[in-house]
Write a new protein. Structure first.
Length: 485
């Protein structure tokens, strides 16, 4: 049988320089500084001294290409996805201790904890554990995420203990050690799900009728509780509305993310530094790039002179030829990195400047209702760059404005037309939706259909399913889950 098949394949070929530039563009200030430090340590031909040294003699370097070959990587040999995976977008967990005295901005907009796991491990000293049990306990603590949960199945943890720690143990023993982890502070840490987390906290409290009822509700009717089926709870436990309200109040006082509570109180902090600053001077917007994004780099004069010295040598030994090749590679890499840094600075400024002009009314007033509908393509077309480049700037950079420090991607939103036929930002509609829900009667929360009706009355004709989408994007639960007794 003859089988005819048509395959389409989009082949994107990027040079190593383009890949390096894209990865640099997506780095925020602190991660960029870390990357810069790494490059300076790995390449002795790169210098950040204050003296202006001679320019790198590229003609001299090229002279050696014919003799020793060119080690440039062919673009088709590169798997672009490996280099540009979203997983590589840096988080901001890089502590900066190298503030310059020349820094204009001294503010610290955000802080978060960094030693949560170490805090838990230290508490293990209060328990008598064998060496192996302690190793298991520390491994369990290492599996605790930022919210304070262990979300991996114990069977997987048992396998990992065998393969990575050479500890062969049974599920029952790991379960026993986990119960010890559950005794650590903050209460609820190490839980495998929300139900277990809340029960751990309740069982640590002094027993009262309300707490005992709360434990029974979570233990035996957790689904009814989460779905707020209060009538079913009243019938099942044969209790009054007052008793149910008191039990629910006890549950609401608990912390669903025990890891987060510790992070907020820790003294060990790290900073997210704005990549840009916008200021208003006499009614005019001024944009500046954080100075830490514009380092003074140049090619090492010493390495350039070494290459010239080898050139003047008439008879070259094999070791000298190898040295020439090493020096040439380092000089090429230094020149390449310096050029990428300059292009990064220019790309950041051009992109942010376009956003500044597009959202000028907002930046002058701080009124979110003045945010114009704006998508990545709008900015990409303005600056004649690819949408992916604008995305890398918007998704990972912060700007310090007179109204607070903002993630740049927050200024982007889609548009829709109001009853007057004007384009309005979906962000404006979400703000109004949020306000309506805040002011609703919590005993009778508004359904998505009623919310759509209210928005239509305010001049925003959107469908019920669109209301549901915006509500979910705002992390607001459905009406039934917003209900209070």
């Amino acid at each position: 049988m003859l089988k005819q098949q048509l395959n389409f394949r989009l082949s994107q070929k990027l040079s190593p320089q383009q890949i390096q530039l894209m990865k640099l563009i997506q780095l925020p200030t602190q991660a960029f500084e870390q990357r810069l430090k790494q490059e300076l340590e790995e390449n002795p031909a790169l210098d950040n001294g204050k003296e202006q040294l001679d320019e790198y003699d590229s003609d001299l370097s090229n002279e050696y290409d014919d003799d020793y070959g060119n080690d440039t990587i062919a673009a088709e040999d590169i798997n672009v996805d490996d280099y540009l995976s979203d997983d590589e977008i840096p988080t901001y967990r890089l502590q900066a201790n190298n503030y310059s005295v020349d820094d204009e901005e001294k503010n610290v907009p955000y802080a978060s904890g960094t030693s949560f796991n170490q805090h838990l491990k230290t508490q293990l000293n209060t328990f008598r554990l064998s060496e192996e049990d302690r190793e298991i306990a520390e491994f369990l603590i290492g599996s605790v995420d930022e919210s304070g949960y262990i979300r991996r199945p114990l069977e997987d943890i048992v396998d990992d203990l065998a393969f990575t720690q050479n500890i062969f143990t049974a599920d029952e023993n790991v379960e026993k050690i986990l119960s010890i982890v559950h005794e650590l502070d903050p209460a609820g840490v190490g839980a495998r799900n929300l139900q277990e987390c809340l029960l751990i906290q309740l069982r640590r409290k002094e027993p009262t009728p309300s707490i005992e009822l709360a434990i029974a509700i979570l233990d035996r009717s957790f689904e009814h509780f989460t779905k707020k089926h209060y009538k079913k709870l009243l019938q099942k436990f044969d209790i009054s509305e007052v008793e149910l309200r008191d039990a629910i109040l006890e549950i609401e006082r608990l912390n669903p993310k025990p890891g987060g509570s510790y992070a907020g109180n820790t003294k060990i902090i790290e900073h997210i530094v704005p990549d840009f600053t916008i200021r208003i001077t006499e009614g005019v917007l001024e944009l500046t790039l954080n100075g830490r994004n514009a380092p003074e780099l140049h090619v090492s004069k010493e390495y350039n002179n070494m290459l010239k010295g080898y050139k003047d040598t008439r008879q070259k030994t094999k070791s000298q030829k190898d040295a020439v090749m090493f020096i040439k590679q380092k000089l090429d890499a230094a020149k390449w990195f310096i050029d990428a840094i300059k292009q990064r600075q220019q790309t950041l400024l051009v992109t942010m400047n376009a956003i500044l002009h597009y959202q000028q009314e907002y930046f002058l007033t701080g009124d979110e209702r003045k945010l114009k509908p704006m998508i990545l393509k709008d900015i990409a077309d303005m600056i004649n760059m690819d949408v992916s480049t604008v995305s890398r700037v918007a998704n990972s950079k912060y700007v310090d404005t007179p109204y607070g420090t903002k993630l740049i991607k927050e200024f982007f939103s889609e548009s829709m037309k109001n009853e007057q036929g004007e384009d309005v930002s979906t962000r404006e509609i979400k703000k109004i939706l949020e306000t309506v829900i805040e002011d609703e009667n919590k005993k009778k929360p508004l359904t998505d259909e009623k919310l759509a009706t209210i928005l239509k009355e305010k001049g925003y004709p959107i469908a019920r399913r669109t209301v549901a989408k915006y509500r979910e994007q705002l992390d607001i639960p459905v009406a039934r889950l917003r209900k209070k007794i």
